[in-house]
Design a binder for this molecule. Sequence first.
Ligand SMILES: [Zn+2]
Length: 273
Amino acid sequence: MMPGGLEHERNYSMASGKCYLEGYGSCAGGISREHYISRNILEFGSTGKAVKIGGLPWQPPSTMQAIGLSSLAAPILCQHHNKSLKPMDTQAGRLMRVLNSIDKVPAKVSAITYVHGPTFERWMLKVFCGLAACGHFNNGFIPREWKEILVGGAWPAFWGAYFPLGFGPVTVSDGLSFETKVHPETREIKAVKFYFFGLHVNLCFGIPGGDYSGQMRWGIRQPRRINFLNEPQCKTIDLMWAGGSGEEVTYVRTGSTNSGPDYLKYFPYDDSA
Ligand SMILES: [Zn+2]
């Protein structure tokens, strides 16, 4: 007998090429072979054939590995749903390019760049829906709430993107990596630490305790702006969150690098210190 039916759902999803958003709006156009980490992201962070990724369940801990693009595609969305989620890929690509430019060619970056944070936030969720649909996370199970958010539903209270503040250096590589926080009993994913080309964002599905102190542990929820300060220059990414905290997160560059991205040397700036 299948435990809790989750194993069944995973096998069904993978074997049948079923759209994981079936029942959430209409499916059309047949199943497409989706890169669940958007192809524009994969191709940018790669030599064209592979991308550096860490945190997937089959990988050794704290290791970044080059993973072939073809192994990150699976028939998990119909063409209609795939197309309707494309703006998420576009905004993630935009954010990735501006982070890269702030690092490598800051003189060519405007003082303020606009990236639609709410769409990028859903892109992170989309990546995890894809990973879950392929059985890499959550036993192949995608929570109903995740699907509702993907097709335009509101985030429940406390859920969403948190930008860490004052928790030490931004220690990331020039690729993508993830770290999941799983509920010890239910095994549900409660949060994902997302490292995105130099930016650390926590995507939270509820907060342990649900209180303000818990919120602060994860960082600033849906900040209006993130600033990269490299005296005397400051480059700002305006994330356009109308109903967010209105707060800003500032990273201060603290040294030079001889290899790798400069933003590795940015530290979150803690106003209270
Ligand atoms: Zn569909």
